[in-house]
Ligand binder design. Structure first.
Ligand SMILES: NC(=O)c1ccc[n+]([C@@H]2O[C@H](COP(=O)([O-])OP(=O)(O)OC[C@H]3O[C@@H](n4cnc5c(N)ncnc54)[C@H](OP(=O)(O)O)[C@@H]3O)[C@@H](O)[C@H]2O)c1
Length: 359
């Protein structure tokens, strides 16, 4: 299953809106074939792995997610496993997609195939968090990415923020973007930085097939811009990736941009509505790359699952801008987090912290 998870990871850049699944087929302790989810309309992991096997009769298939039992854009994987004569299926997770959920494993058992479920399910859940969350609650995993100083500052008072962190941290951000379905930013960042928010081949530090996969499906850039202030010449509208401008009501947005309106709350655009709408369009991984105003709004609305912080060993001082414009007067009001990962990246630190729900 560890090898099936490693296969799954290969599909993380291009499988969305499908889950990126891995499959390894084994017989007599030898790997006969491996596979991972291909882009939409292409083969699922099981089909690719079966295609790589000379003779899968009686073999065991390790899959990171329950094989599908329904006819989608491709045929049901369970039928392919059954007709290939697979003897046993070991699965990590049940698929929460209502058209699969439990039916895949049931169909395999009904065909006389031994099924073991729940193997490495925690690791598989981490790998597939975006897809699983979208199936369970309507929108995918929401990660708030910020680059900051050791004293938690994200930009100077003048707005200057490029670049706080070093080249390796920025390379990692490129990979996070490539693995995201959408990147959300606020109009404040577009106006201050004129950022393009694209995935750039020369900054990913990847080669060969992995580079091809990372560039296959550029994430959609989403600008939250109530009053349609996005300038027509803004880099975020560059033609190499789609851009969606979300406004408060029907407004003219620059040519070439997709447009959506969202309801308005006291705080600005209704962020829950924005996420639901992105979820309905299949966004599994949602990366927020905004300034402190929008970052605070997402945090206050309890809509962030994880902080993804790149922290540089520099102090920018108290007049520089914070991670998020949050003003708490009491310690008990603080937003509680749990560190998931701390890793050095060159001279910087990458911190992944889960937001504990119900703060
Ligand atoms: N270090 C980093 O990682 C990093 C990353 C990005 C940006 N930055 C820095 O952040 C600064 C910009 O920050 P910012 O706070 O001005 O801009 P921002 O957070 O990117 O955008 C804020 C704008 O988003 C719009 N918005 C729409 N709905 C909203 C809602 N529900 N809640 C809050 N805002 C909503 C509002 O404008 P409307 O009312 O007009 O819609 C608001 O003014 C720049 O200096 C940039 O360099 C740093």
């Amino acid at each position: 299953m560890e090898q099936a998870l490693a296969e799954a990871r290969k599909g993380r850049f291009w499988a969305t809106p499908n889950p990126h699944v891995g499959c390894v087929i084994v017989s007599d302790n030898k790997i006969l074939g491996k596979g991972f989810t291909q882009p939409v309309g292409g083969a699922h992991a099981e089909i690719m792995a079966l295609g790589a096997c000379a003779s899968p009769q009686g073999a065991t298939a390790y899959v990171t997610l329950e094989p599908c039992a329904h006819q989608g854009r491709t045929g049901p994987c369970v039928e392919a496993l059954i007709s290939a004569g697979i003897g046993r299926v070991v699965g990590a997770l049940e698929d929460p997609n209502p058209s699969v959920s439990g039916k895949g494993y049931d169909r395999l058992r009904a065909a006389g195939i031994a099924v073991t479920q729940g193997v490495y399910s925690e690791a598989a859940r981490v790998e597939l968090a975006g897809f699983l969350l979208r199936m369970e609650r309507g929108w995918g995993r929401v990660r708030l990415k910020l680059a900051c100083s050791l004293d938690g500052r994200t930009a100077m008072a003048s707005g200057e923020s490029q670049w706080i962190t070093g080249a390796l941290a920025r390379q990692d951000v490129q990979r996070q973007r490539a693995a995201s379905s959408v990147i959300i930013t606020g109009i404040g960042t577009v106006l201050a930085d004129d950022c393009s928010l694209t995935v750039r081949s020369d900054e990913l530090g990847l080669r060969g097939e992995e580079l091809t996969r990372a560039l296959h499906r550029p994430p959609t850039r989403v600008v939250l811009d109530s009053n349609a202030r996005t300038p027509g010449e803004a880099r975020v509208l560059s033609s190499n990736a789609p851009t969606l401008v979300v406004t408060a009501n029907e407004k003219q947005v620059p040519a070439g941009a997709l447009h959506k309106t969202a309801p308005v709350t006291e705080a600005g655009l209704d962020l829950g509505d924005v996420l639901e709408s992105l979820g309905s369009q299949g966004a599994n991984e949602i990366l927020i790359e905004s300034g402190p105003s929008l970052a605070a709004a997402f945090l206050k609305a309890d809509l962030v699952d994880e902080l993804l912080i790149y922290q540089a060993p520099v102090l920018l001082g108290s007049s520089a801008r914070p991670l998020a414009d949050l003003a708490f007067s009491e310690l008990k009001d603080g937003i509680q987090l749990a560190y998931q990962e701390l890793s050095p990246l060159g001279s910087d630190l990458r911190i992944i912290a889960a937001v504990l729900k119900g703060n």
